[in-house]
Design a protein around this ligand. Structure first.
Ligand code: SF4
Ligand code: SF4
Ligand code: SF4
Length: 294
């Protein structure tokens, strides 16, 4: 079985306990306007282009089956075949999305087994939305568990509960964003309602080890009211999970440019450390174990 992945990141320390390898699945069913990984959103492979690295050698034009002989197909007609990336020696072109077999990923992530053992780490499957490729996710999780590896899944939980339920026996830690308690705001900012997500979070809190995360996005959810509504929802869950606040960061700006996409959060400034501490208090006041993930 193969699945589509756009990055395998070793030595990750922000995606669960210990030192981890994070496998990023391609494809997401949300479209958060601040998304840190725009290359994760489309399921089809895509090519990014960094003009600052281009020396105009023209090799990509010759290699591109969809070229008109003057320019390569990027971005309009590109089908992500990757031929231009292979001949671009400056790295101006980068392919996002490659199909891997479960065994290929397993061999790669097991190179760090000693590190997982020493630090209490493991493997995190992120995205995108990992449940967009549920069969592949199940196969990979089951292979990891048969090797005794700690597994975490980062998922926005906008997915049928039946799929999540099937995966739970293989997941040691479920990491899920809670971006807004207000359905209209959530819909406007991510393209989807939060109802299914909140329902799934409630179910997850009953039956698995859950870590909730809130990305703090200036102008979207960084008010006392918005964060209090999220905190109230968490405090009322059947079993109150741990919670992390993540600060918005605009460092992904270059990726949007490379993919020729608008970055609607481009002009936002990240919250200060003091503001983040103040936001965390909103959760702590309600008895929630809230930390800053930075
Ligand atoms: S192959 Fe790379 S460096 Fe050469 S023209 Fe194409 S993008 Fe630029
Ligand atoms: S990925 Fe393929 S179709 Fe797209 S620009 Fe490169 S060579 Fe052309
Ligand atoms: S759910 Fe995550 S990966 Fe998907 S669009 Fe939102 S921030 Fe990006």
């Amino acid at each position: 079985m193969t699945g589509r992945v756009f990055n395998i990141q070793h030595f990750s320390i922000h995606d669960g306990p210990g030192v981890r390898t994070t496998v990023f699945f391609k494809g997401c069913n949300l479209r958060c306007y601040w998304c840190h990984n725009p290359e994760s959103q489309a399921f089809l492979p895509e090519v990014g282009f960094d003009s600052a690295r281009c020396i105009s050698c023209g090799k990509c034009v010759s290699a591109c089956p969809k070229s008109d002989g003057v320019r390569s197909a990027i971005f309009d007609n590109c089908d992500g075949c990757g031929c231009c990336v292979e001949v671009c020696y400056t790295g101006a072109r980068k392919l996002y999305g490659k199909d891997y077999a479960v065994d290929e990923i397993l061999t790669d992530v097991l190179t760090d087994r000693d590190l997982y053992d020493k630090t209490g780490g493991g493997v995190t499957i992120s995205g995108g939305e990992p449940f967009m490729q549920t069969d592949f996710l199940l196969a990979l999780l089951s292979a990891l568990k048969s090797e005794g590896i700690h597994t975490a899944v980062e998922s926005a939980a906008f997915v049928d509960w039946g799929k999540i339920k099937k995966a739970l026996p293989y997941i040691d830690l479920y990491i899920c964003d809670i971006k807004s308690a207000d359905d209209e705001k959530h819909m406007a900012a991510t393209s989807k309602s939060n109802r299914l997500i909140l329902e799934n979070i409630t179910k997850l809190s009953r039956c698995t080890n859950l870590l909730l995360r809130t990305p703090v996005i200036p102008g979207f959810n960084d008010s006392e009211n918005d964060l209090s509504a999220i905190a109230d929802f968490i405090a009322a869950l059947p079993k109150v999970p741990q919670h992390e606040l993540l600060s918005f960061s605009g460092i992904c700006k270059g990726k949007y440019k490379a993919l020729d996409r608008d970055f609607k959060a481009e002009n936002l400034s990240p919250p200060t450390r003091n503001e983040m501490e103040r936001f965390a208090e909103i959760f702590r006041r309600r008895g929630i174990d809230c930390t800053l993930n930075d």
